[in-house]
Design a protein around this ligand. Structure first.
Ligand code: GDP
Ligand code: MN
Length: 382
């Protein structure tokens, strides 16, 4: 479950990490009230949507008066930010920032343990920092049983050359963040940025928290979070897929993936990754999908912005390849692909399926390897 900023903030606060004062508004009037009564006028108005990069996209505004808070809230509420409807705003007390840092603890599936990441380049996209100045990112891997050790925290913070009080404060913050990660059964707790204020204090200006739904700590998380909350843990497309009973998950890459069966879909993602491709999302059409369901799957996956390729990988068992092929043709008739499309069909009725595709000018790959390579190559030379 991915929490919205204001929900993650509640957990951080509970863990003893300082956050700016503020409250959540669902209407311009509420925003006015919060700005005038709780924040003496000035406020940072922040769109609560389950996506990052809100600042750059225009979802974070600093206002100077309650009237302006109302006006800005009116224009933000109900509008869309990166494809997500804004239904809530967080209003917080503005902070005078001296410097911004990045800190996170996440579950590294490679080493099957936590990893703590710190950077003196906070407030910006961490992937960008990793690509441009990798030496500005430091990582330590605590032992899952022994936990985060003092020497690891020192090693992590070394690059920042903190001295005196601020070192101690940061040290404490890292400890608390790690504790929060463990106690809340999180797979990610990220603060970007942690701000050092002009007054020399550390404060968490953003939060990104993901909780493992199967964790025993879910009870604790549910207890801390306000009751009856709308849980915006799914993106618009994930919700749309869930409505028609399809399993769809959004990722960060560029190649869309459709497959049938969880195992096959996971294998498809792995093979794409091994060959240097980055999946943008994946959708599992399940067993026995007919042409209509396949067409619906295509519609959802291709609605994702910035797709550079689509890989459809079907292993026909109870699913019939001719039905899948019909579905693809139907979907393409409604919405043309403006990116390379690679289909791999094998199993029940594969000959009929391939024939339908070929008649419609779509070529089919024989194997998973071949298909994955083809989609990566075609998408890279666009
Ligand atoms: P994101 O863009 O979705 O990651 O949203 P953030 O909550 O991280 O806000 C983006 C940026 O807005 C931060 O990196 C800060 O530079 C800025 N910002 C957020 N809160 C404050 C604040 O209280 N004061 C000032 N001056 N800037 C802020
Ligand atoms: Mn941020």
């Amino acid at each position: 479950m991915r929490l919205l900023e204001y929900q993650g903030r509640i957990l951080l606060k509970e863990a003893g990490i300082p956050v700016p004062g503020g409250a959540v508004a669902g209407t311009p009037e509420e925003a006015y009230e919060i700005a005038s009564k709780q924040l003496d006028g000035r406020a940072v108005v922040k769109a609560q949507v389950p996506v990052g990069g809100r600042g750059k996209a225009g979802g974070i505004k600093i206002v100077d008066s309650p009237d302006e808070a109302r006006k800005v809230s009116k224009s933000l509420l109900g509008s869309e930010l990166k494809g997500e409807e804004i239904s809530r705003l967080l209003l917080v007390e503005p902070v005078d920032i001296e410097q911004e840092f990045y800190i996170s603890v996440l579950l590294d599936r490679g080493t099957k343990g936590p990893i703590v990441i710190f950077s003196i380049e906070g407030g910006v996209d961490i992937e960008e920092v990793a690509a441009k100045t990798p030496d500005k990112i430091h990582k330590v891997r605590p032992d899952p049983i022994m936990g985060l050790q003092p020497y690891q925290i020192r090693e992590l913070l070394y690059q920042a050359e903190f001295e005196g009080e601020i070192f101690k404060e940061f040290y404490g913050l890292v400890e608390k963040l790690f504790q929060a990660y463990q106690e809340y059964g999180a797979t990610l707790v990220e603060i970007n940025p942690v701000a050092l204020t002009k007054e020399g204090e550390l404060i968490a200006l953003d939060s990104k928290v993901k909780i493992d739904d199967d964790s025993r700590a879910m009870e604790e998380v549910e207890r801390i979070l306000p009751e009856g909350e709308e849980r915006r843990d799914k993106t618009e497309l994930e919700r749309k897929a869930a409505e028609v009973g399809l399993q769809y998950v959004e990722l960060d890459g560029t190649i869309g993936v459709i497959g049938n069966g969880a195992g096959l879909v996971m294998a498809t993602l792995d093979v794409l990754d091994q060959k240097g491709g980055q999946p943008a999302n994946f959708l599992d059409v399940g067993g026995g999908a007919d042409a209509d369901l396949m067409a619906k799957a295509y519609e959802i996956v291709t609605e994702k912005k910035g797709l550079e390729g689509l890989f459809i990988n079907i292993f026909g068992g109870i699913t019939r390849c001719d039905e899948i092929a019909k579905g693809i043709v139907k979907a393409l008739a409604e919405k043309e692909a403006d990116f390379p499309l690679v289909v791999r069909l094998t199993g029940t009725n594969e000959k009929q399926g391939r024939k339908i595709l070929e008649e419609n000018g779509i070529s089919a790959a024989e194997s998973l390897d071949e298909g994955a390579e083809a989609v990566i190559e075609k998408s890279s030379i666009r």
